[in-house]
Design a protein around this ligand. Structure first.
Ligand SMILES: C=C(O[C@H]1C=CC=C(C(=O)O)[C@@H]1O)C(=O)O
Length: 333
């Protein structure tokens, strides 16, 4: 069994069944999913499904047909590997190599009862602003509910967003005036504006608080009316990774340092990468966060946190736990 899915517009979900035909470029008509790793290293990221449909949430859950219990027992997550990476990051920031970067920690577990594929129908239960996404093949896959769109492209209208700066729902008022969180967010918003400003007429919305139940984030919508048609692969490369998941400045050197830290802490290759789809020329991609990865009975729950000069280890560790706990609660695991 292989399948892929992505929350589409107007509450619908794009679903596709394998086998998938892989391609280097998107088809001009019809449906293809886009799957890549964080470094965008795949030579054939476009996956054309054997059959596809745009369904309501309920229809999509029925279509997936893999409900059932999933009980996961989680290992204790050691803080010391993250503390070492955090130390290396703060030193690199002091040396002026980075202004911001985003380490990723991974909580590991095992499925005790049921099958991990049932996580697909849990992801499909997502409600806006969360977007369900995932792909499953040969007993491995990932499924998530992402709050972050990397790119929505319809004709010459491009939409993206800065999503960074985090607090517990109870701390919503203090988030709004927290200088460190505002600075972290503004790094992302301003980087997006400068990456896209030369492509057309850009409008940046106001910074608002996005409510996700137990967790809240700063959110700034950004829209560009493009001067000309732009190939979607080029736009993805221009945007990804934004400083919400990637380094600032983004250079070959800062990317390889981040990828080395991600590998050291065991981040899945697709975590934080764009996951998307094209339907008759219209493209949407989310950032693959707030998800669960699995391989057979092994389950991985990654989370990242933006680190800037004023960031402190204990606070970041707490934020990482908050993000993981929010995912566990939504998936009921
Ligand atoms: C990297 C993650 O979240 C991103 C999205 C929202 C807020 C973030 C933050 O405040 O660091 C991150 O940029 C994650 O959930 O693993």
């Amino acid at each position: 069994m292989s399948l892929a899915f992505l929350g589409w517009s107007e509450g619908r979900v794009l679903v596709g069944r394998g086998p998938f035909e892989t391609r280097a470029v998107p088809p001009e008509t019809g449906v293809a999913f886009y799957r890549n790793d964080f470094g965008l290293d795949s030579s054939e990221p476009w996956l054309i499904p054997s059959e596809s449909a745009l369904l309501s949430k309920e229809e999509a859950m029925e279509w997936a047909g893999i409900e059932g219990p999933v009980d996961v027992s989680w290992d204790n997550l050691e803080a010391s590997p993250f503390a070492e990476v955090f130390q290396e990051i703060t030193t690199s920031i002091r040396w002026g190599i980075f202004e911001k970067t985003v380490p990723v920690v991974v909580e590991k577990g095992r499925v005790d009862a049921g099958g991990a594929a049932a996580l697909v129908s849990r992801a499909l239960s997502a409600s806006e602003p969360l977007v369900p996404y995932g792909i499953v093949a040969d007993g491995r896959g990932f499924a998530g509910m992402s709050p972050e769109h990397l790119l929505i492209l319809d004709g010459r209208t491009l939409k993206t967003m800065a999503l960074a700066g985090t607090a517990r729902a109870e701390e919503r008022e203090v988030l709004a005036v927290d200088e460190k969180e505002i600075r972290e967010h503004e790094f992302v918003a301003q980087a997006l504006v400068s990456k896209l400003g030369d492509l057309g007429n850009l409008s940046r919305g106001a910074r608002v608080v996005m409510d996700l139940g137990p967790i809240v984030h700063f959110h700034t919508p950004i829209e560009v009316e493009l001067n000309q048609d732009e190939p979607v692969d080029a736009l993805i490369r221009r945007l990804h990774p934004t400083p919400a998941l990637g380094p600032l400045p983004r250079t070959g050197e800062t990317m390889s340092r981040l990828i080395a830290w991600r590998e050291k802490l065991g981040a899945p290759d697709e975590f934080g990468a764009p996951f998307g789809a094209v339907v008759d020329g219209a493209f949407r991609a989310i950032v693959a966060i707030r998800g669960v990865w699995w391989n057979g009975k092994d389950v991985f729950l990654p989370a990242g946190c933006g680190v800037i000069e004023p960031s402190r280890l204990v606070n970041e560790w707490r934020e990482l736990r908050l993000k993981r706990e929010a995912v566990k609660a939504r998936f009921g695991i």
